[in-house]
Design a protein around this ligand. Structure first.
Ligand SMILES: Cc1cc2nc3c(=O)[nH]c(=O)nc-3n(C[C@H](O)[C@H](O)[C@H](O)COP(=O)(O)OP(=O)(O)OC[C@H]3O[C@@H](n4cnc5c(N)ncnc54)[C@H](O)[C@@H]3O)c2cc1C
Length: 205
């Protein structure tokens, strides 16, 4: 998987929102140490967490499975725009048959689990799909035999409060391995000066 942070709100927007309550704008330092201490105290420690909603993060996420996608989509306080199989499945039309155990070739389209039986079953599903597409079946119908391991990509935007919730739930040991990897990759992609907001949410073994 590949996670790219496209854009993020600067910290001063959040501290400015906090200072709105007291009209203490003159005490800010443009997202520096004073503002960071304020965000940590008010947003994190005092749980005036709605102030964290002013911080937005826009990610581009590539090479995750549709199995992961359906878990990610359960996080309602976020926005998703996903690569549509209805419009893009034709990408398989020019492909020749996928050979079993050829992980490198298969991983262009599939997220592999590391279990050879499971991954070969996904390759067979990919070949079934190729045959269906070769028969000129419409993409709206063909998509119903996609394996869950089929790769997708999406734009994903989320505010800091909801991202805290996501990282807490999905970096946990009880989360599915792939979304756990995603939660860690998302955390790593967050700008270093913002990491203090999320540091306590990351699961530590
Ligand atoms: C380990 C694990 C196992 C899971 N297993 C299953 C499963 O077997 N089946 C299944 O269906 N789901 C399962 N889920 C998904 C889970 O139930 C949540 O849908 C998902 O984690 C999104 O969490 P969320 O609702 O907190 O996030 P969001 O939807 O982003 O919501 C963020 C927060 O907003 C508030 N909120 C949002 N909507 C409402 C609302 N309608 N009413 C009140 N408050 C609201 C809540 O405080 C919520 O925490 C699992 C999740 C995890 C982490």
């Amino acid at each position: 998987m590949e996670v790219t942070l496209l854009n993020h709100t600067p910290l001063w927007v959040c501290s400015n929102a906090i200072r709105t309550c007291w009209q203490s704008f003159d005490k800010g330092d443009n997202g520096g140490e004073i503002d960071i201490a304020l965000i940590e105290r008010v947003g994190n420690k005092l749980k005036h967490a709605s102030t964290l909603e002013h911080l937005y993060y826009n990610f581009y996420i590539k090479g995750v499975s549709r199995a992961l996608l359906q878990e990610l989509a359960r996080h309602r306080i976020a926005s998703l725009s996903v690569k549509s199989t209805r419009y893009t499945l034709k990408e398989l039309k020019g492909e020749s048959e996928f050979r079993l155990n050829d992980w490198q070739n298969a991983s262009r389209y599939l997220v592999l689990s590391g279990n050879a039986d499971v991954d070969n079953a996904s390759i067979k599903a990919l070949n079934n799909l190729r045959e269906i597409l070769a028969a000129n079946t419409s993409l709206d119908i063909a998509k119903y035999c996609l394996p869950e391991s089929y790769k997708t990509e999406l734009s994903w935007s989320i505010n800091a409060r909801s991202l805290q919730n996501f990282i807490t739930l999905r970096s946990s040991k009880s989360a599915l391995w792939e979304i756990r990897n995603l939660a860690n990759a998302i955390y790593n992609a967050i700008p270093n000066e913002h990491k203090f907001i999320f540091a306590d949410c990351v699961y530590k073994d």
